[in-house]
Design a protein around this ligand. Structure first.
Ligand code: NAP
Length: 354
């Protein structure tokens, strides 16, 4: 059994501590507010847990998990971590967590930030791809058919071996994605980053298991993140933020099929979004699957909502329903240039026939 130090004991730290204690490890927790603030968490975790300062947690841990907002990375005690295996869960998401000048200036890739601060430590990126509520629920015994794989990356083979053993004890398979720099293949915006989202693309627990084979495929397509983001933003636009269309559609975007007289570009799409929202309360888009290759994105999903006004001849009935959609989007020069779309209007109309 291993003593695991935690620098950061929030959603990911607290979840990992729970899994570790359940697996028989000892945990030493720390945060920014001081050990007293961790009293309830330690009591809930039981006798294998204790609270400490970050320096003490770093010293006590055979493996130390750093799981704080990335902007605070300079406060991680480098001296106490020298020679140790350090797990780095940090994601760079400036919109939600604030900017880090070193990363924005393009000098330091986000994947390497912590390792460059902890020059004497062996940093292994892990647990950065899984939403904490899914991490809590998707663990399975070794050999279970629905056991999930989690990607890891690091430059030191022994450190990766130790982290692999730890991950195994917590109910997951570690999938070695290579040296630390290769963690860019599972950074925010890549397909592997939130692979455990449920089949509706939602964060609701328990999430969905990810086999090593599926993870391998997602890691392969890491550089299609830009394409995916464009298409995800398109669906946010349809879901109620139509001005986002101006960011993602090419000015000469073609809607195929289009209605006679429909203008090219965002102007051709905005009236459709308005019609959708006029007819359906809580109108939204559900994405079941996105498959991206360079230049092309395929989507399986649904338009969803409660019919409150006449739509395509169907009178309002206050029923919730989903219209299945299958779409292909062609990407050129960082914008969606053409979209081929097919809505199952026939199925929807027959379900809603009077
Ligand atoms: N949430 C997720 O599902 C998820 C998934 C994958 C990766 N991540 C990444 O994992 C990291 C942690 O995320 P989280 O959601 O667990 O965050 P969180 O719930 O906000 O918890 C952050 C923890 O870090 C502590 N902390 C902040 N500054 C510190 C400092 N200078 N020294 C020591 N501890 C400090 C906080 O202490 P106080 O409470 O005292 O402020 C808190 O315990 C982030 O980098 C995030 O990008 C999160």
């Amino acid at each position: 059994m291993t003593t695991i130090g935690f620098i950061g004991s929030g959603r990911i730290g607290g979840t990992l501590a729970r899994l570790a204690v359940d697996a028989g490890h000892d945990v030493v927790l720390s945060n920014n507010s001081g050990p007293d603030s961790l009293r309830d968490l330690v009591a809930a975790l039981g006798p294998r847990a204790r609270a400490a300062t970050p320096d003490e947690a770093a010293t006590a841990g055979e493996i130390v998990v750093v799981t704080i907002p990335i902007r605070a990375y300079r406060q991680i005690p480098a001296a106490a971590l020298r020679g140790k295996t350090v797990i780095d869960t940090l994601n760079y998401d400036p919109a939600r967590q604030g900017h880090v000048a070193e990363i924005d200036a393009a000098g330091t890739p986000a994947e390497l930030l912590l390792q460059r601060h902890l020059t004497g430590s062996h940093v292994v990126k892990a647990f950065s791809t899984v939403f904490f509520a899914h991490l809590a629920t998707l663990g399975r015994p070794a050999g279970a058919a629905d056991r999930s794989a989690l990607p890891i990356a690091g430059d030191d083979a022994d450190a990766k071996k130790a982290v692999t053993a730890l991950i195994d004890s917590l109910g997951y398979d570690a999938y070695d994605a290579g040296p630390l720099a290769e963690s860019r293949r599972f950074a925010p915006g890549t397909p592997a980053q939130l692979a455990h989202l449920d089949p509706d693309g939602m964060f609701a627990a328990p999430g969905r298991p990810v086999s090593p084979e599926r993870l391998a495929t997602l890691l392969e397509s890491w550089n299609t993140g830009v394409e995916r983001r464009l298409v995800e933003t398109l669906y946010r636009a349809i879901g109620g933020e139509p001005d986002l269309l101006d960011d993602v559609l090419a000015p000469d975007w073609e809607d195929i099929p289009s209605i006679p007289g429909q203008p090219l570009g965002p102007a051709g799409m905005k009236p459709h979004i308005a019609d959708f929202h006029r007819a359906f309360a809580d109108a939204r888009v559900i994405i079941h699957d996105i498959v991206a290759v360079p230049g092309m994105v395929a989507v399986r999903g649904a338009l969803a909502g409660t019919l409150r006004a006449e739509f395509l001849g169907v009178p309002p009935n206050n029923r919730y329903d989903e219209i299945t959609i299958h779409e292909f989007h062609q990407i050129e020069n960082g914008r969606i240039r053409r979209s081929w779309h097919l809505e199952d209007l026939h199925g929807w109309k027959s379900r809603n026939a009077l």
